[in-house]
Design a protein around this ligand. Structure first.
Ligand SMILES: C[S@@+](CC[C@H](N)C(=O)[O-])C[C@H]1O[C@@H](n2cnc3c(N)ncnc32)[C@H](O)[C@@H]1O
Length: 150
């Protein structure tokens, strides 16, 4: 992705938990990252971690279930979305993620067991994505998908 010239733009860590991925992305890309989670306790922890890592103003953490109740900040288009959740929520979120991605935008999905990867990729294909890369480490697969051009 970075090797292909990706420089950031609007970036979302969906299901941020502690915000570890959002903070890593902010460090690597150097731009703003929005981090959201359904769990208010996770978002409190995420905010504390962002402050401890001197990333206030660069990583913004909000409570939201999927794309709901996030207001304008969760309205697409996003150029990069990553979601380390689990198969069930990832499949449920596919239409909303698809609707909020920029054309040619990158989507990175993890939290998927190897045997679940084909099903998840299939659902995302139905929602306008093509599979750019699938990578397994141990029992877990990460999918890198690309939204169709406009
Ligand atoms: C496996 S944890 C991963 C946390 C973090 N992204 C990481 O990589 O360490 C999944 C997170 O997704 C959140 N989550 C689950 N369903 C969600 C949804 N529909 N919308 C937003 N967050 C969700 C959970 O609250 C949890 O914090």
């Amino acid at each position: 992705m970075l090797a292909k010239g990706f420089t950031g733009g609007r970036v979302l860590d969906l299901g941020c938990g502690t915000a570890v991925l959002a903070m890593a992305a902010a460090k690597v890309l150097g731009g703003p990252v929005l981090a959201s989670d359904i769990d208010p306790v996770a978002v409190d922890v995420a905010r504390a971690n962002v402050t401890a890592n001197n990333l206030d103003g660069q990583v913004d953490c909000i409570v939201a279930a999927g794309f709901g109740a996030g207001g304008d900040r969760l309205a697409g288009p996003f150029d990069l979305v990553f979601a380390n959740i689990l198969k069930g929520p990832l499949i449920s979120l596919a239409p909303d993620i698809g609707a909020n991605m920029a054309p040619d935008g990158y989507l990175i999905l993890s939290g998927i067991l190897n045997e679940q990867a084909d099903e998840v990729a299939g659902v995302y294909r139905e929602n306008g994505f093509s599979l750019a890369k699938s990578s397994a480490i141990g029992d877990w697969t990460t999918l890198i998908l690309r939204k169709s051009p406009a």
